[in-house]
Design a protein around this ligand. Structure first.
Ligand code: GLU
Length: 586
């Protein structure tokens, strides 16, 4: 296939990272593209307690939190519980617990309070009513006394005629005196916003957005209808739109990051801000989360509530927060692994448009990366991991199976170095326990030993293993074993054939020795390296396993062995006196 000759001539391609780091304009470009406000942002997360926190809503909360932290502003939590019928008992508490688990502590909101409370909408009804009254008296809203029967029949009639739904504004012409009088006599009514058109708005992610069309359509000359959304319901409670706008204004919210599912409501919210003559906050809509086949993430395909990640799958908060941060946000850092504190320093509003594909492999990659980070740094997160593995071991193994291995160590003390050595492979506590099962039992089920090289006689491996066992308990350390294995030269024992010639005899021997030791010490299971394994198991258990291995491979010892002496081998710097009589060549 030929490419168009001019295609690459116009502008040479540079990767994002290089562009960010290149030349003088980088800083200017960065400021332009990150969309960060100059002043501290006040953001909020405004969940409805009609469900639990899931991956999508965690991401929304996180982006709002990070924007506030990055700009030195405040992050608020507001409970939007205007829909009492759909409220799930206990959901509010779960939201608090889940946000706290993720480390997204709010500066103002329920539990912690703040200057613009209460932060639960059900406790602010009077405020919404007074604002609805204000809109009525300013002529931006009106009371609608139409019965639901009338509205239903009007809607049916329009639907049968193939017309879009809408309200015919029957009640908009009722005089204000008459309207107030009917309301004061207790006549049921709603309050509608009188919408003449929806303004465009400049979305922080999507740019200029909205329809900017008047509140009418083509067939208006037959049967004119209007959107005129309901602000106050007949039970006197506000709709989401009124409460949301009044609260964002009265809580001095400067930036609203929310899912694209709310994008179609934003023009109406802009109309409300205009009616109140308030300056609206800046809106940024974050794209939909989809699975690999492009389906919206839902309960069926893993947009499950947080408990299934934290309790069900054992995902650590650092992992999930890092994973959520990468859903639609792009950065120019070298690695994708971020702690929450790091994210607070580097977050910006470079959010991708278009659906975000959620790949859960990435989550497991991050889980391992954070486990490794905790293992390196220590601290409460690492202790927490140790305790999780401990609980998993206790659950899966009777104490009698691992008690002989502890040797004056508590189970946690025994697990600590094991986790440190193999944290890079940690996914869940139970997987970790299964992967390292040979550390929790003295019964090893080794397969028959199969060597990788016929050139290395089994006796040479027995000799090396015995030599490695000679280290006294006082020197039984990882460093000592590593040094001993590295400095052990088994070349003399190797029966080099013509085809092996280019390979160094010692290299061949070492490869086989590692292979043998892993088989001997952990039945060939993956896991910590040999020096770490020997240290964790302790001297007695290591020696016992090496002896068992020797017995199991005894029949591989040939009755007559033939050695090919190596002619030129330097003995310089080769002090193996610590091996005593077992040192090769003695
Ligand atoms: N209460 C809405 C929700 O449950 C909030 C939408 C918004 O952030 O404005 O998602």
């Amino acid at each position: 296939m030929r490419t168009h000759p001019g295609l690459f001539a116009r502008r040479s391609w540079t990767c994002t990272q290089c562009r960010a780091h290149s030349s003088v304009g980088a800083q200017v470009r960065k400021a332009k593209t990150t969309n960060l406000p100059d002043a501290p942002a006040r953001t909020r997360f405004a969940p409805s307690p009609t469900g639990y926190l899931h991956l999508g809503s965690l991401r929304t909360a996180l982006f709002n939190y990070l924007l506030a932290k990055r700009t030195g502003g405040q992050f608020l939590l507001r409970i939007e519980d205007t829909d009492a019928k759909r409220t799930i008992p206990g959901a509010e508490q779960r939201l608090y617990d889940d946000l706290q688990w993720a480390g997204l502590h709010w500066d103002e909101g329920p539990v912690v309070g703040g200057p613009y409370g209460p932060y639960r909408q059900s406790e602010r009804t009077a405020l919404y009513r007074s604002h609805a009254d204000k809109l009525i008296s300013d002529g931006h809203a009106y009371r609608c006394f139409c019965s639901s029967e009338r509205l239903d029949s009007h809607a049916r009639h329009r639907s049968q005629a193939g017309l879009a739904p809408g309200y015919d504004r029957t009640c908009a012409d009722i005089s204000s005196e008459q309207s107030a009088d009917r309301a004061s006599k207790g006549e049921a009514h709603v309050v509608r916003l009188k919408v003449e058109g929806y303004p465009m708005f400049n979305d922080l992610v999507y740019g200029k957005t909205g329809q900017n069309k008047p509140n009418s359509n083509k067939l208006d000359f037959i049967d004119r209808v209007y959107d005129d959304p309901i602000l106050l319901k007949s039970d006197g409670h506000p709709t989401y739109h009124l409460a949301n706008v009044v609260d964002d204004h009265s809580m001095k919210i400067t930036h609203v990051i929310r899912g694209t599912e709310w994008m179609s409501s934003t023009p109406m919210h802009m109309a409300l801000y205009n009616a109140f003559k308030w300056e609206p906050p800046r809106f940024g809509h974050v794209p939909l989360l989809v699975d690999k086949s492009g389906q919206k993430l839902s309960k069926r395909n893993a947009d499950i509530d947080l408990s299934s990640f934290k309790d069900g799958q054992g995902i650590m908060p650092a992992t999930l927060v890092n994973f959520a941060s990468l859903l639609g946000w792009s950065h120019t850092q070298k690695s994708d692994i971020f702690s929450l504190e790091e994210l607070e320093k580097i977050f910006n509003l470079k959010i991708t448009r278009g659906n975000t594909v959620v790949a859960f492999e990435k989550m497991w990659f991050l889980q391992k990366a954070h486990a490794q980070r905790f293992a390196t740094n220590g601290g409460p997160e690492f202790e927490d991991l140790v305790n999780k593995v401990k609980a998993s071991v206790e659950e899966s193994h009777p104490p009698t199976t691992f008690a002989p291995l502890l040797q004056n160590r508590t189970l946690a003390e025994y697990i600590t170095p094991l986790l440190r050595a193999d944290a890079k492979s940690y996914t869940t506590a139970s997987d970790f326990t299964a992967r390292n099962a040979t550390f929790f039992t003295t019964e090893l089920n080794r397969e028959t030993y199969i060597s990788t090289s016929a050139a290395v006689p089994i006796q040479a491996l027995h000799t090396a293993a015995a030599a490695l066992s000679l280290v006294p308990p006082s020197h039984w350390t990882e460093e000592m074993h590593r040094f001993n294995i590295n400095s052990y030269d088994g070349s003399d024992a190797v029966l080099l054939s013509e085809s092996d010639a280019p390979v160094s005899a010692n290299k061949l021997f070492k490869k086989e020795l590692y292979h043998y030791l892993r088989w001997a010490l952990s039945a060939s299971a993956p896991g910590p390296g040999i020096p770490e394994t020997m240290t964790i198991l302790g001297r007695d258990e290591t020696v016992r396993r090496l002896q068992d291995a020797k017995i199991l491979t005894q029949d591989l010892v040939p009755s007559v062995g033939k050695r090919v002496p190596k002619s030129s081998k330097s003995q310089e710097n080769d002090d193996r006196s610590w091996m005593g009589s077992l040192a090769p060549g003695k």
